[in-house]
Design a binder for this molecule. Structure first.
Ligand SMILES: [Zn+2]
Length: 306
């Protein structure tokens, strides 16, 4: 297998919510360092995720998760290293940790906080999660475009070098980003809506636009985004989505965004150590070496370098 960059997991949030699950080195969740080390030179994007329904101050909640991230890395300096650039990622001899954000309300409407996120080493951030916020609207509000502050956030993120993530965003918000973005953007953990008709997935037109913009879509393992079987995911459906995304967005659109520790159900790939099962299925279906190299890491690195 090629080195893997997983564009999305919610492990930080899960560990913060449930300390009894363990720590970053070893836990009962989907992602820990011990299992990252069993994979092929894995780098995971650890999201600072805030549910604004739970948190009086999203910024404070984000700071708490950042502290947990720092403490977890400091406790494991022999095993894992934060990587903030593609060069650092490629040269890192250990397993890698990229810091990302999910939920633009972390900023609490103050775009100057993007600079703080950049100083933390945040490489990518979603504009929304599942609620309306100061920047825009979630996927359940298809017709609602980005707000003025959301458009300003896109420009400021691009200026600072934080990749714009449209996963969870409304359809009209996606088109706002496509209109205003000057750099490639991503859907870090979203699949094909043609294959599975849920609003969290991307339509064929969105896949085409995303591909033309030089962006990527990370294949999400959430059962209900892969098929009508909400209890269990199937590798055959992951392959089906990857094929369709490849056909509509081009080979350069493929990436991995497992959503580990943000998804439940009976998982065909139980954790970050099990990625070989998907790899083998893709090889058997005719994905070329170059497709797989792109999907595992290279396509996403192209976006982060842009
Ligand atoms: Zn998510």
């Amino acid at each position: 297998m090629y080195p893997l960059l997983d564009l999305h997991c919610d492990t930080l949030y899960a560990l913060h919510k449930n300390p009894l699950a363990g720590n970053l080195f070893s836990n009962t969740l989907h992602v820990d360092i011990a299992r990252m080390k069993k994979g092929s030179h894995v780098t995971s994007c650890f999201a600072i995720f805030v549910d604004t329904d739970e948190s009086f101050s999203p910024w404070k909640a984000a700071c708490d998760l950042h502290s947990l991230f720092i403490a977890s890395l400091q406790a494991n300096t022999d095993h894992i290293q934060q990587v903030c650039t593609t060069e650092e990622l490629v040269q890192n001899p250990l397993v890698g940790a990229m810091l990302t954000c999910e939920e633009g309300q972390i900023l609490e409407g103050d775009l100057s906080r993007l600079k703080i996120l950049k100083d933390w080493g945040v490489t990518m951030a979603s504009l929304t999660w599942n609620h309306e916020n100061d920047l825009g609207y979630p996927h359940t509000k298809a017709d609602m475009p980005l707000k003025t502050l959301g458009i300003e956030a896109v420009s400021e993120m691009e200026r600072l070098g934080i990749v714009v993530d449209v996963s969870h965003l409304s359809d009209a918000g996606f088109y706002s980003v496509a209109e205003h973005a000057r750099k490639p953007f991503v859907a870090s953990h979203s699949n094909s809506r043609e294959c599975t008709p849920v609003s969290r997935n991307l339509s064929d037109e969105m896949l085409r636009i995303l591909g033309e913009a030089g962006g990527v879509a990370g294949l999400n393992f959430c059962p209900s985004f892969l098929s009508s079987d909400k209890q269990k995911n199937h590798i055959s459906d992951m392959v089906r989505h990857a094929k369709h995304m490849h056909n509509k967005g081009g080979s350069g659109i493929l990436a991995i965004g497992t959503d580990f520790d943000g998804i439940g159900g009976d998982l065909a790939i139980e954790d970050i150590a099990g990625m070989e099962r998907l790899w083998d299925a893709l090889v058997q279906t005719g994905f070329t070496n170059s497709d797989l190299e792109g999907m595992w890491q290279k396509n996403a690195l192209r976006v982060f370098s842009a």
